[in-house]
Design a protein around this ligand. Structure first.
Ligand SMILES: [Zn+2]
Length: 341
């Protein structure tokens, strides 16, 4: 796509890669992440208060309404706080059939000054209805290409997050096949939500490689929620993909979505990143918070989208990360990925 090549596509149009600055590669800003079956309960959700916030956050998947992020005014304030903390750009990876609000993203970008890059493609099967589940590869690929290249609504600047369950379903494999075709056609980067199993990232990498994906422009999300052994994380980087640590700010071992998993904290995330840099993968790491619940936003008692800038960058400096290493993670690699090829 010649008009896109060399540029970054934000919800307000094309920009030069150097305008991106510090970039969070995996967030949800305006969307409804509520499962279809839980939407009625979300309509009735009680207000979050100081008395209830801890418990709602602890059980965040099951707490009605906590995954509904549709208030544009809240989003403007959250993005403004992030900019004040030193951030500049955010990749909003919400995908169909979540409820999306591209116009809302444009408005939030205009009012906060943050650059927002939106994703496209399809998320997990549990969000699909019967018709959606039946759709074929060509149909899905055409939809992704159109989201990147057509229409007056804010266009997508990255493909994904493409949802994969464990075990991986047929409908989700078609989404991935379509995403690879659309990557080849548009020159966009591809970002992938792997199923909750340590084999999932490797199964997916083998699949996208044989489908002809550009591996250097493929991001494996949620690494620290899937792989718990440094050797496995290094093995993932050895496939050539970009390794994403995107749960910064979650300082709890309790994983509301998978109770047999002990989550790591920010310190352990940095230890894994250090190991990747020492093994020569410093240009293949990106970080984010993956905020998809209200209780992680500042307005509802959470750390917000500025945590990495307020707390993690200083922690990296204390742990002897060089400025060039920090810039590679927060600026250079995101700019490389978001620049259309
Ligand atoms: Zn995800």
């Amino acid at each position: 796509m010649s008009e896109l090549r060399g540029k970054v596509q934000t919800v307000r149009g094309l920009i030069e890669p150097k305008e991106l600055g510090p970039t969070l590669m995996h967030e949800h800003v305006v969307c409804d992440f509520t499962l279809p079956a839980q939407r009625a309960a979300a309509d009735e959700a009680a207000e979050i208060t100081l008395e209830t916030v801890w418990e709602i956050n602890y059980h965040w998947v099951d707490a009605p309404g906590n995954r509904r992020l549709l208030d544009r005014d809240v989003a403007v304030r959250e993005m403004t706080r992030m900019v004040e903390a030193g951030g500049r750009s955010v990749v909003e990876v919400s995908t169909r059939p979540m409820i999306l609000d591209p116009e809302g993203l444009r408005l939030v970008s205009e009012r906060s000054g943050a650059h927002l890059v939106r994703g496209c493609g399809r998320y997990l099967e549990e969000f699909m209805d019967a018709d959606e589940m039946e759709r074929g590869v060509d149909d899905l690929a055409a939809e992704i290409v159109a989201d990147v290249t057509e229409g007056s609504a804010p266009r997508a600047g990255i493909i994904g997050e493409i949802g994969c369950s464990w075990p991986w379903t047929e409908a989700e494999r078609r989404s991935m096949q379509a995403a690879v075709i659309a990557q080849q056609e548009t020159g966009a980067a591809l970002t992938i939500h792997p199923g909750r199993h340590p084999d999932a990232p490797f199964e997916i990498m083998a699949f996208v490689k044989s489908a002809g994906a550009d591996i250097s422009r493929t991001v494996m999300d949620h690494t620290e929620r899937r792989l718990f052994d440094i050797a496995d994380i290094l093995r993932l980087a050895d496939t050539g993909c970009v390794v994403e640590f995107d749960l910064f700010g979650m300082e709890t071992s309790h994983f509301a979505q998978a109770r047999d998993v002990d989550l790591s904290g920010d310190g352990a995330r940095l230890t894994a990143i250090r190991a990747l840099i020492d093994a020569g993968h410093g240009d293949r790491v990106v970080i984010s918070h993956d905020i998809c619940q209200r209780t992680r936003q500042v307005e509802f008692g959470g750390h917000g989208y500025g945590h990495i800038y307020r707390n993690i960058v200083p922690m990296m400096r204390r742990r002897d990360f060089g400025e060039d290493e920090i810039d590679a993670i927060l600026v250079d690699t995101p700019a490389r990925l978001l620049t259309f090829k």
